[in-house]
Ligand binder design. Structure first.
Ligand SMILES: [Zn+2]
Length: 239
């Protein structure tokens, strides 16, 4: 992220709707053969008709789906390519991963993830509270949630690293590392149907909190932390 012009252009591209049901990003230039790992980022794709509190606080033209897509693209390939000076800000392709981002229904996303042979399957959503039109979360209850499956150590480890890298960066002060059944109240389809070695579920922040929304919508400084968490989980195979 050394060139502010590139960052500005990237932001406008990020919020354009993708043309395909999924998009694949390949390992970057100076590491073309990659590290052999495939990551599927399953961007939020709620049916706009379904729902309550899908619209983003402070940005009525945007939805949770846009935030899920934008964050996934940034984590996959949003940072300056092959910038060996700053390896801490590498995105997933710079770390050697092949990444697919799904942007259809969650059922189709996980089916595609299995067809892709993903080593990790990570839904990228944001959280919400309330009922339309009263969708609101105070900063004291907002924050990221790294969620993991029952009795699944790989799931726990990735959720743990996501929490370790992102907690404290979010505007909300209630960041959580939590069991899916505890936080959501039931199992989640994608987490059960996925065949991936590692399955975790990310709620980036609450889009019913305006500060949280601004962080997801305008701040492009932190999404590479998702790449760091995934890379740490797999043992940083590039290095
Ligand atoms: Zn969601």
């Amino acid at each position: 992220m050394r060139n502010p012009l590139i960052v500005t252009l990237t932001l406008s591209v990020l919020f354009s709707a993708p043309a395909a049901a999924q998009v694949t990003y390949y390992p970057d230039g100076n590491y073309p053969y990659g590290n052999g790992y495939r990551i599927f980022l399953s961007a939020a794709s709620h049916n706009p008709d379904r729902g309550s509190c899908l619209t983003v606080q402070g940005y009525p033209s945007a939805t949770e789906n846009d935030l899920g897509w934008a964050t996934s693209v940034s984590a996959a390939d949003g940072f300056s390519d092959n910038d060996d000076v700053y390896p801490n800000t590498y995105d997933l392709t710079e770390r050697g991963y092949t990444v697919q981002i799904g942007y259809t229904s969650y059922q189709e996303n996980v089916n595609q993830s299995n067809a892709f042979g993903a080593h990790a399957h990570l839904p990228v959503h944001s959280n919400a509270e309330g009922t339309t039109p009263n969708c609101s979360t105070p900063t004291s209850r907002a924050g990221m949630w790294g969620m993991y499956r029952t009795s699944d150590n790989n799931s726990y480890r990735l959720a743990y690293y996501l929490h370790a890298y992102l907690a404290g960066l979010t505007p909300g002060t209630n960041d959580k590392l939590c069991l899916i059944t505890t936080c959501v109240g039931s199992n989640l389809h994608e987490m059960e149907v996925s065949n991936a070695h590692t399955r975790a579920y990310l709620e980036q922040e609450f889009h019913t909190n305006e500060a949280g929304t601004k962080w997801m919508y305008h701040d492009l400084s932190w999404q590479h932390k998702i790449a760091s968490a995934i890379d740490y989980h797999f043992g940083s195979p590039r290095w």
